[in-house]
Design a protein around this ligand. Structure first.
Ligand SMILES: *Cc1c(COP(=O)(O)O)cnc(C)c1O
Length: 366
């Protein structure tokens, strides 16, 4: 937990003069406990290296703000985690960065958007909250042909399911708060990439923006990460059982889970995901009223945001509200969102409870 470390020879005071092999000096620059987590995450992702941050959003803003400058252009998925979607749409343009948002599940649209020069392409797969997938290898080829780097938010998939670096991505980001930590008790985030890219990130984002991970959280997240493979197997099995039960329920209009054959991109899910994860969405008629019943009556599933925890978590995501606050989609893009989500979806993170208990709990309020 130490914030500072004794030095045995004179050291430069500026991060600009920092050498790689000088050892630890101050925890904002680097810390042995955090470093241990970074080393493990890099091994899990098949990445050269990793930098950990205080939250998923700290990792995402570190990467976007340090990599992009005024006059640059980014092509980003039109459906992303709301924090990222708002940062991309509201903050980047204010810094003079041009933003093009496209439905990245359609490679033709990605190719068209990359006709104009871009520094970076940004995707999230599966994408919050509609569980839409993007073909990572396909977008990597298009991005590289256009001279752009590809960043993938792989939080929903986890390295157990998908390893984007192997598929050609240049950066992978995670909210460690979710599956990797896995217990709902520590915020954290990570950026994974090759050593050169992370050295640039280290100086500007880690040392100067300073949104670093606490060593205490690094320790909690490492303890959680040790069980990630067996937790993901259990999350997947539970999610499949719950998805099938909901699909057969009269009150449910639609279930979207990559592991179901009914997912519009099930074939891509089978090639790109070794584990379908524990995230699914479903629709019902009169979602708002059902949400209110859930808040009062659920016994096993918690009505709360976040995901990837041992506990099942559910939240109502109404389409109109999200469009107004976050996505601002129109025309074809709005139609494409509607085709997944209708007027809204319940986003369900299937936890590690007995799937029969989860099904019984949910069907009691449907
Ligand atoms: C939660 C989440 C984030 C943000 O992570 P925090 O740790 O909450 O800052 C980013 N992307 C995805 C896909 C997420 O689910």
């Amino acid at each position: 937990m130490s914030t500072t470390f004794t030095v045995d020879e004179p050291r430069a005071f500026s991060a600009l003069d920092q050498e790689d092999d000088e050892g630890f000096l101050y925890t904002r620059w680097g810390n042995p406990t955090v470093r241990q987590l970074e080393t493990k995450l890099a091994a899990m992702e098949g990445a050269e290296d990793c930098r950990a941050y205080a939250s998923g959003m700290a990792a995402i803003s570190a990467l976007l703000l340090s990599r992009l400058s005024a006059g640059d252009r980014i092509v980003a998925s039109d459906v992303l985690y709301p924090g990222t979607a708002e940062l991309v749409r509201h903050t980047l343009p204010r810094m003079g960065i041009e933003v093009a948002t496209v439905d990245t599940s359609d490679l033709n649209k990605v190719e068209a958007a990359l006709q104009e020069p871009a520094k970076m392409a940004w995707i999230e797969t599966p994408a919050n909250p509609i569980m839409r997938l993007t073909d990572i290898a396909g977008v990597a080829t298009l991005a590289h042909d256009a001279g752009a780097e590809l960043a993938v938010d792989s939080t929903f998939a986890t390295p157990v399911g998908t390893r984007p670096i192997e598929l050609g991505a240049d950066y992978v980001v995670h909210s460690l708060t979710k599956y990797i930590g896995g217990h709902g008790d520590a915020l954290g985030g990570a950026v994974l990439a090759n050593t050169d890219r992370l050295e640039a990130l280290q100086l500007e984002a880690t040392v100067h923006y300073g949104g670093v991970l606490s060593p205490f959280n690094a320790w909690l997240i490492m303890r959680g990460a040790a069980t990630l493979p067996i937790r993901m197997a259990a999350h997947e099995a539970g999610a499949l059982a719950v998805a099938e039960a909901l699909q057969n329920h009269d009150a449910v209009t639609r279930v979207i889970y990559p592991g179901l054959e009914s997912h519009p991109q099930h074939d891509l899910a089978r090639t790109q995901m070794d584990n379908f994860s524990g995230m699914l969405t479903f629709g019902v008629d009169g979602g708002q009223a059902v949400a209110e019943r859930m808040m009062k009556e659920l016994q096993v599933v918690h009505y709360a945001v976040s995901l990837g925890h041992h506990r099942s978590l559910i939240y109502w995501m109404p389409t109109a509200d999200l469009m107004e606050s976050t996505y601002h989609l129109e025309g074809q893009q709005l139609d494409a969102y509607h085709s997944y989500a209708g007027d809204g979806v319940f986003r369900l993170s299937v936890g590690l409870e007995d799937p029969e208990d989860i099904i019984k709990d949910l069907t009691s309020v449907l």
